[in-house]
Structures are given as structure tokens and as C-alpha cells.
Design a protein around this ligand. Structure first.
Ligand code: SAH
Length: 350
């Protein structure tokens, strides 16, 4: 695989342009073109000779849309192709305040969670920062017309969630580099407040992230109230205990001032009867956190059942009565295989 220009910050792009013997202002043209989601060959302000020189070493377009599906509710699901032919997926969710894009951080995943389709074939490879970023750049480019009152900035995606395929903290370096690139003023300039990073709870990396100075919203996939139950669906629970995860969350709060979040997927017969609700209250009461209850998106390769709607609202009610801040996530995009890894899995099968 060739190198990826989108991996570079503006300063690094400038150094590259100068090293190739071009004038400094070419860096701005190149960087702006890439930030607009253009392939190198499509940046009209650059000379043909310079572009040819760049393309000897760098990919023209590291992430391409291979397929796009539109849900009845407006949600868009993307299957992206990387330069080496690997496939990843992403989701664009449309809200009144803006668009939220869910990005992948790895091809596949090695965490092995029982309810998740991303991990079925294990980890193939890490994505580079530029490949994570490019998912947003190409989707933005497809929605130039939708920009919500932001002047000439061509940016439709206002919020990002790192909740696609992969475990972001298992690809720590590139994920942090991506966060720096996407929040940088010369680039998309998306605020850390509008970015959520979801982890299955890799404790040492949670501490590291707290020290990076990029205060994103930290979200932990909890899905159980005790380590034994948790380990049944999440193998990572054998390495890191819930108690250690909670300590790391507290530390994150102290360092960044940001409250933290928990995802709790409701799996029938597994983690969502009254005793689990009460245990969750006991575990989290008084902590600066919010719980997002998620309906299980049933994965056909896995034998787990979603909790019915009525019971889900009862579970939510019990948490609220116990004093927790919680919401039950609206289910969107189900008709297009919205859950992690479903689209890629079905595509690979074909
Ligand atoms: N590896 C990270 C981020 C990717 S998963 C993490 O574990 O948090 C993003 C969220 O989707 C996690 O909370 C995960 O548990 C949840 N998820 C995965 N597959 C799901 C499914 N089939 N139904 C509902 N939620 C699912």
C-alpha cells in the first residue's frame, strides 16, 4: 500500500510540499482539497506534474464508497473500500442539530464480544488515522448541499462517534492521532465535545486518554453489573474488572471535567431483569455519568435475543426511579443492518 496524505497534519503537509520543491502555498491548496474529501487527482488548483509526483508515493483516495444504503428513517449506511481491498463500514445518523457519523477504527476486531458482528472474523488490521478521518471526509463530500448554516465550510458531519467496527483503544496511537487531526482548526475543526469514543474498557488506555488533552466524551460498553456475567458476553472482562473501569472513569472525569457514559445493551435472560436494574443503580448512583440503554440488534450468527419494548421501558423506569440519568436509545437504521459489522459480515459472506 502507498502512503496516505490524510495521515498528515497541516504542518506535516507543509514540510512535505517544501521537501518536494513546491511553493509553500501549495500545501494549503492540497490540504484544503483533501479536507473537502477530494481525491488528489481531483484537486484542480494543483499542477498535473505535482499531482503525478505525489501519486508516485501516496494513495489518490484511501477510502472509497463501495456501497451506500438508505434507511426509511434517513439513516445512511456505508460500506467503504480501503486501498488494500479491505472493507469497513460506517453509519450516518441525521438529527435536527446536525449529522452524527459513526466511524470504524479497525478492520474487524479482536475483542470477541458475543453480541457483535464486527469480531466474527477476528482482527484483520488497524486503520491509520487518515483512514479513520477519510471516512468522514468522503461522507461530507457527498452531503455538500446539506451543510447546516456554516458559511462556506463544506461540513455536514457535526458529531462523531467512534462506535463502528474495532476497539479504538486497541488501536490507540492512530486513534489519538485521528482525534488530533479531526479537531485541528486547519482541518474539520470538530470539537472534542462533539466526539464520543466508545471502549469495551481497556483500562490502561483509558488513563492514557485522560492525559492527551483532547476532552472527548468517554463511553464504556458495560452490558453487565458483575464481572462474571460480563465475561460471558465480553471476554475482555477477564482482563479488566468493573471496579477498575469505574476508577478509570472517575480519573477521566477529574482530568477532563467531562461526565462519562455507559452503554448497556439489553439482552433477554442475560442482563436486564429487576435485580440487574437494582445492581446498576447500586453501582453507579451518585456518579457523574449517564447510561444509554441499547436495544440488541440481533446478529444472525449469534444466539442472543433482544428484550421486548415494554420490558425495556420498565428497566429504564427502574433506573430512573433509583436516581440514575439514563435514556433508552431509539432504534434507527435496523432495516439496513445498522449494528456493528453486520454489513461487512453479510458482504463477505456473499
Ligand atoms: N469496541 C468499542 C466500540 C465499538 S462497539 C466498544 O466496545 O465500545 C459500539 C457499541 O455497540 C458497543 O457498546 C457495543 O457493545 C455495541 N454493539 C455491538 N454490537 C451490537 C449489537 N448487535 N446490538 C446492540 N449493540 C451492539
Amino acid at each position: 500500500m502507498k502512503k496516505i496524505l490524510q495521515d498528515l497534519s497541516f504542518a506535516e503537509t507543509e514540510s512535505l510540499v517544501l521537501a518536494l520543491g513546491e511553493k509553500k502555498f501549495r500545501a494549503k491548496q492540497l490540504f484544503e482539497g483533501l479536507t473537502q474529501g477530494k481525491a488528489v487527482s481531483a484537486i484542480s488548483s494543483l499542477s498535473k506534474a505535482f499531482k503525478e509526483r505525489l501519486l508516485e508515493e501516496y494513495e489518490d483516495a484511501p477510502v472509497k464508497v463501495k456501497e451506500k444504503y438508505l434507511s426509511a428513517d434517513g439513516t445512511e449506511k456505508y460500506l467503504f473500500e480501503l486501498a488494500d481491498g479491505n472493507l469497513i463500514e460506517g453509519v450516518l445518523m441525521k438529527y435536527k442539530y446536525g449529522y452524527t457519523q459513526c466511524v470504524s477504527t479497525q478492520v474487524g476486531c479482536r475483542m470477541g464480544c458475543k453480541f457483535c458482528a464486527s469480531t466474527l472474523g477476528g482482527l484483520v488490521r488497524n486503520l491509520t488515522a487518515g483512514e479513520i478521518l477519510s471516512q468522514i471526509l468522503v461522507v461530507n463530500a457527498l452531503h455538500k448541499e446539506d451543510v447546516l448554516g456554516r458559511g462556506k465550510e463544506a461540513r455536514a458531519v457535526t458529531n462523531i462517534v467512534l462506535m463502528g467496527s474495532g476497539e479504538p483503544l486497541d488501536n490507540y496511537e492512530e486513534t489519538v492521532r485521528f482525534l488530533r487531526l479531526v479537531t485541528a482548526g486547519e482541518g474539520l475543526g470538530i470539537s472534542g465535545r462533539n466526539i464520543s469514543l466508545s471502549t469495551c474498557g481497556i483500562v490502561p488506555k483509558m488513563y492514557a486518554l485522560a492525559g492527551e488533552g483532547i476532552p472527548v466524551n468517554l463511553t464504556v460498553s458495560l452490558h453487565a453489573t458483575d464481572d462474571i456475567t460480563r465475561a460471558r458476553t465480553m471476554p475482555v472482562a477477564k482482563a479488566y474488572k468493573i471496579e477498575e473501569i469505574l476508577k478509570a472513569c472517575e480519573y477521566y472525569f477529574e482530568k477532563t471535567g467531562r461526565r462519562y457514559y455507559f452503554e448497556y445493551t439489553l439482552i433477554e435472560g442475560e442482563n436486564c431483569d429487576e435485580s440487574h436494574a437494582d445492581a446498576l443503580v447500586k453501582l453507579l448512583k451518585g456518579k457523574p455519568c449517564h447510561i444509554n440503554l441499547i436495544r440488541l440488534n440481533e446478529v444472525k450468527e449469534r444466539d442472543l435475543k433482544a428484550l421486548g419494548d415494554k420490558a425495556a421501558y420498565r428497566f429504564l423506569g427502574r433506573l430512573e426511579k433509583g436516581g440514575l440519568s439514563a435514556t433508552l436509545r431509539r432504534q434507527i437504521g435496523v432495516d439496513i443492518g445498522g449494528a456493528c459489522g453486520q454489513l461487512r459480515a453479510s458482504y463477505l459472506e456473499k
